[in-house]
Design a protein around this ligand. Structure first.
Ligand SMILES: [Zn+2]
Length: 592
């Protein structure tokens, strides 16, 4: 574990680092007795069960069983290795780690992350200098000013300019004697396909550096100065840049987020800058990935109130439909802010000011009420309109796995539009029952012929089905990754196949042949082979249904376990309770 770093250094770091300090950067902790308590950053919860002991310098979550030292916390939270966690702490506490006695390979491994970060930092300096000091930078600066950004905002956010031409950054790093192969790993430069050599990714664009919570530059976003396409360009994912876990501006927003317990989430760089410049500093922006579960978990460490800001009813509706289940699963309430027609947050703030903006915010509705009102506005309350309203809403409602939540919403709709609750429910059921066609197919192939399956067995069938889907309909792979389905797999072999599929970098149609010739495990080979050939015709809709079903079964299994634990507690059956808690921890470990 402690590879590459001398043990005495590890102890020095351990002795200097304060776990409460480190955890507090991402989790809001409250003192309770001798411990601190907060919402767990590793699983969804509404009541805090994440406990930090300042005395023992350990943490433990009574909800998911995550626990450990300051090192394990950083590793889990940032998804980094032990040496990286140790070095990050060493930096924070001013401890020097000697690397002289390391082999060159060890040095490479240990320092790659830091190297990437320092390349990014150097590039940021280059972009900033070019904006301020070069003649070409002038037009970029003029552009930023025309977008009504102030010098202070440009400076605060370290906005820069990547000049026109193919090799400015390439040459800059070459002059600094920094290997191009290293710079390439940040995505700032790319290898030329034909003639060898490298070229700059960002050309003739204003450049926004993206920071992590430690104020390190992890990536960049660039915007053209005119109407050229693509309008926006981001750094690719790298070992230091994970878009689904990063938010633009969070480094500057976090303090105000904590103070106000509120965050505004926007979609673009200029929207974010406009809000910050108008004093609404508790604002972050997504990086072209849409909002993810990881984003929400990250933000939960700072706030409990979420506002999603959109520029039109339509984009608000689309986004609301997309995030409805993520927010519900994370047990967080979100409100949808839609600006008056023709405005985005940027234009609205500059035209109408922050007071007008906050006025719109004060009228923002929760996700479901927003969808209901939007549908009413769009279709009206005639008989025809009501039918369309239900038809618009049944999809999003069917996505809600929690029955109680769903029935409460159905009640709301029926009250709002004056249609009998049972009728609305029936429509929603039609939609959700279509979700189960896939499971019917699974039953059909089931040799035992038994209709009722234990959830566990059912789970494993679904796992096979998902692998089959990935093999036969590779378009679904990104969604499997996005929903993090493989993490929940019980069957280790199926899971490892799934991971092989996700990690495969060649042309996908060669995956099966490649893999079955290269692996030794006969059973695995057979499984891949048979699932790749199996019988279903896959299309997008069916894939989504399958994935929804898998998620809901997993969810149900967790709930059953919780009930059993409660019952064992009531009976005071210690043996049973211990066994159940262990099982729960195993599950939690799986869902990480
Ligand atoms: Zn937890």
């Amino acid at each position: 574990m402690t590879s590459f770093i001398p043990n005495d250094k590890i102890s020095e770091i351990k002795n200097s680092a304060d776990l409460v300090d480190v955890v507090s950067e991402v989790v809001l902790l409250k003192k309770t007795g001798k411990n601190y308590l907060g919402l767990c950053p590793f699983h969804s919860e509404k009541t805090p069960s994440f406990t930090v002991s300042p005395e023992k310098q350990i943490f433990y979550c009574f909800g998911c069983g995550a626990g450990g030292t300051v090192f394990s916390f950083l590793m889990k939270q940032e998804g980094i290795s032990f040496p990286d966690a140790a070095r990050s702490l060493a930096r924070k506490y001013g401890i020097e780690i000697p690397i002289t006695h390391l082999s060159s390979e060890q040095k490479r491994l240990i320092t790659e992350r830091e190297n990437l970060l320092s390349v990014n930092k150097e590039a940021m300096t280059f972009f900033c200098q070019t904006l301020l000091k070069s003649s070409e930078g002038k037009s970029a600066k003029a552009y930023l000013l025309s977008r009504r950004l102030t010098e202070k905002t440009i400076d605060d956010f370290h906005i820069g300019y990547a000049p026109l031409g193919w090799e400015h950054l390439v040459n800059h790093f070459s002059k600094k004697k920094i290997p191009a192969s290293l710079v390439e790993k940040t995505g700032l430069i790319l290898l030329k396909r034909s003639r060898g050599g490298y070229y700059d990714r960002f050309r003739n664009r204003v450049v926004f550096p993206i920071f992590n919570l430690n104020q390190q530059v992890i990536g960049f976003g660039g915007r053209v100065l005119d109407d050229a396409l693509p309008k926006y360009l981001n750094s690719p994912e790298t070992p230091v840049f994970n878009k689904s876990r990063s938010l633009y501006g969070l480094n500057r927003a976090k303090k105000r987020c904590r103070e106000s317990d509120t965050v505004f989430i926007v979609e673009g760089y200029f929207d974010l800058l406009a809000l910050h410049q108008h004093g609404i500093e508790n604002t972050v922006a997504t990086l072209g990935t849409g909002l993810t579960k990881e984003h929400i978990r990250l933000l939960k460490g700072f706030v409990s109130k979420f506002y999603l800001v959109y520029d039109s009813d339509d984009s608000g509706i689309k986004a609301a439909q997309r995030v409805i289940e993520i927010f519900r699963a994370e047990e967080v309430d979100a409100r949808i802010v839609v600006l008056p027609a023709g405005h985005d947050p940027d234009s609205y703030l500059f035209n109408s000011g922050s007071e007008a903006f906050m006025d719109v915010v004060s009228k923002a509705l929760g996700i479901i009420p927003f969808l209901i009102e939007s549908a009413v506005k769009k279709h009206g309350l005639s008989v025809e309109g009501k039918i369309r309203i239900i038809s618009d809403l049944k999809g999003p409602l069917a996505l809600i796995n929690d029955r109680i939540a769903r029935s409460l919403y159905i009640q709301k709709i029926s009250e709002r539009i004056g249609v009998d609750e049972a009728a609305v429910l029936e429509k929603v059921r039609e939609t959700s029952s279509r979700k189960t066609t896939i499971s019917n197919q699974i039953y059909r192939f089931d040799k035992t012929g038994g209709k009722k399956k234990a959830p566990k067995e059912m789970g494993s069938k679904l796992e096979r089905k998902i692998i089959e889907m990935m093999l036969q309909f590779p378009d679904a792979i990104p969604e499997v990754t996005r929903r993090n389905l493989l993490k929940h797999f019980e069957d280790e072999m199926l899971k490892s196949i799934g991971e092989m599929i996700v990690g495969y970098s060649g042309p996908f149609n060669q995956f099966v042949s490649d893999t079955i010739t290269s692996i030794d495990n006969e059973e695995k080979k057979r499984t891949i082979n048979s699932l790749a050939i199996g019988g279903d015709l896959w299309e997008k809709e069916g894939c989504n249904k399958l994935m929804n079903q898998f998620e809901s079964i997993k969810h149900r299994r967790e709930n059953t376990l919780l009930l059993k634990i409660k019952a064992a507690e009531m009976r005071d059956d210690k043996e049973e309770l211990l066994a159940l808690l262990k099982e729960k921890q195993n599950q939690a470990r799986k869902s990480g």
